[in-house]
Design a binder for this molecule. Structure first.
Ligand code: ATP
Ligand code: MG
Length: 332
C-alpha cells in the first residue's frame, strides 16, 4: 500500500517523498513489538490485580495510536474504578514495591510530575514503560489520534518523520523543556487541518458520538478500531507536506496570538485565560481545556524550537533532500 502512496503522491518532491516512505517503513512499530508490549501488559495486570482486584491496565500512546516507532516506549494507564479517589503517588508507591518483587521487571523509578508516573523496564531488554494512574484522558486521546493516523495514508509517514526530525534536533523532550511527542503530533494534525484544501477534518466535529468526552471509559474503542478514512481533495505529496509544515511554523503561525485547536480544526485567538496567559506555545488538549505544551516555559527553549523550524525549513526548501535535515542512515 505504501507503493501506491508513492505513485499517487509523488508529483512534486519525488526524492524527498520517497525518502520519507523509506524511513517510515524502516522505523514503524512492528507487530512483534506490539505483541511484546501486550504480553507484558497482560502479566502486569494479573500481578496488579492481586493488590487492586478491579484494576484494568490499558496500553496507550504511540504503541496503540499507529504513530509508534520500533524504539517507542510503552505508555500504560491503570484504571481503578470506584467512589474512592486514589492518590496517584500512593498507588504508584504500592506498585513500586510490588514491581520490585517481580522477576520480569527492573529499574523502577517514581516520577513526581503533574501526572505522576512509574517508569520501569522489562528485565534484560530495552523496552521501557511509563505507567500512570487514572489519567483516562490518555485513553480517549489515543483513540482520537489513531483515528487521525488512519484517516489518510500520508498521516503516519508524515508524523513519524517529524518525530524523528524533532528528536534528532533535540526539541522533542518535555522533561527538558521542549516539545512532547504528543504536542508535536497535534501540531502536525493542526497544519493538515488548516491547509486551503485540508488533508484532515475535525474528527470530533464529524463524529461527536464517537469522541464524546463523557463516554464511559470501558466503551472507548481499544485495539485497531478507528473511524472511516477521510476523502481529501488535497493531492500534495509527502515531501510537499513536510516542506509546508516546516514553513508554516517557521513563518505563518503566530505563536503569541494563536492557540492550536485540533478539536475545532483551526487556530483560536489567544485570550487571557489562565491556560494560555504567559505561555510561549499553546496547544489545546482535544478533550480538556488545558495546554499540552506547558513544558515549554523557558524563553531560551522556545527560541531554540522556533530557530529549528526556521533553519530546517530554509535548508529543506533549498536541498529537497531529507538527509539535509535528518541523517536518515544514521538513525535507521
Ligand atoms: P513516543 O513514540 O515518542 O513515545 P507518544 O505518542 O507515545 O510518542 P508521548 O508524548 O510519550 O507520545 O505521550 C504518550 C501518550 O500520553 C499520548 O499519546 C497521550 O495519550 C498521552 N499524553 C501525553 N501528554 C499528554 C497531555 N499533556 N495531556 C493529555 N494526554 C497526554
Ligand atoms: Mg510514548
Amino acid at each position: 500500500c505504501m507503493l501506491g502512496l508513492v505513485s499517487v503522491h509523488l508529483c512534486l518532491c519525488p526524492q524527498l517523498s520517497g525518502q520519507m516512505v523509506e524511513l517510515f517503513e524502516e522505523c514503524q512499530q512492528q507487530s512483534s513489538d506490539l505483541d511484546r508490549k501486550e504480553t507484558c501488559r497482560t502479566r502486569l495486570q494479573q500481578d496488579i490485580q492481586q493488590v487492586y482486584a478491579v484494576a484494568r491496565l490499558y496500553l496507550t500512546g504511540s504503541s496503540m495510536n499507529g504513530l509508534g516507532c520500533r524504539s517507542s516506549d510503552a505508555d500504560l494507564c491503570l484504571v481503578i474504578k470506584g467512589n474512592k479517589r486514589h492518590d496517584p503517588i500512593h498507588v504508584l508507591s504500592v506498585l513500586q514495591r510490588l514491581f520490585k518483587s517481580l522477576s520480569y521487571v527492573e529499574r523502577t523509578q517514581l516520577i513526581r510530575a503533574k501526572v505522576p508516573i512509574l517508569r520501569f523496564r522489562e528485565k534484560g531488554s530495552d523496552l521501557e514503560f511509563d505507567l500512570n494512574i487514572n489519567n483516562t484522558v490518555g485513553i480517549r486521546n489515543t483513540f482520537l489520534l489513531r483515528s487521525y493516523a488512519y484517516a489518510d495514508l500520508r498521516i503516519r509517514p508524515m508524523i513519524l518523520v517529524v518525530k524523528k526530525w524533532a528528536r534528532h534536533n533535540q526539541i522533542n523532550d518535555a522533561s527538558k523543556g521542549t516539545l512532547s511527542s504528543y504536542t508535536l503530533v497535534l501540531m502536525v494534525l493542526h497544519y493538515l487541518q488548516t491547509l486551503n484544501e485540508p488533508v484532515l477534518p475535525s474528527l470530533q466535529r464529524d463524529y461527536p458520538e464517537w469522541f464524546n468526552p463523557f463516554m464511559d471509559i470501558d466503551m472507548v474503542p481499544e485495539g485497531p478500531k478507528h473511524v472511516p478514512p477521510y476523502i481529501s481533495r488535497n493531492q500534495s505529496s509527502l515531501g510537499e507536506l513536510l516542506l509546508g509544515f516546516l514553513k508554516y511554523y517557521a513563518t505563518h503561525f503566530r505563536w503569541d496570538k494563536q492557540v492550536i485547536s485540533v478539536r475545532e480544526a483551526r487556530a483560536l485567538p489567544k485570550n487571557n485565560s489562565q491556560e494560555w496567559r504567559n505561555k510561549y506555545i499553546c496547544v489545546e488538549e482535544p478533550f480538556e481545556r488545558n495546554n499540552v505544551a506547558r513544558a515549554v516555559h523557558e524563553k531560551i527553549k522556545f527560541d531554540a524550537i522556533k530557530a529549528q523550524f526556521a533553519e530546517s525549513s530554509r535548508i529543506l526548501q533549498q536541498r529537497k533532500d531529507l538527509n539535509s535535515i535528518l541523517p536518515v542512515r544514521a538513525i535507521i
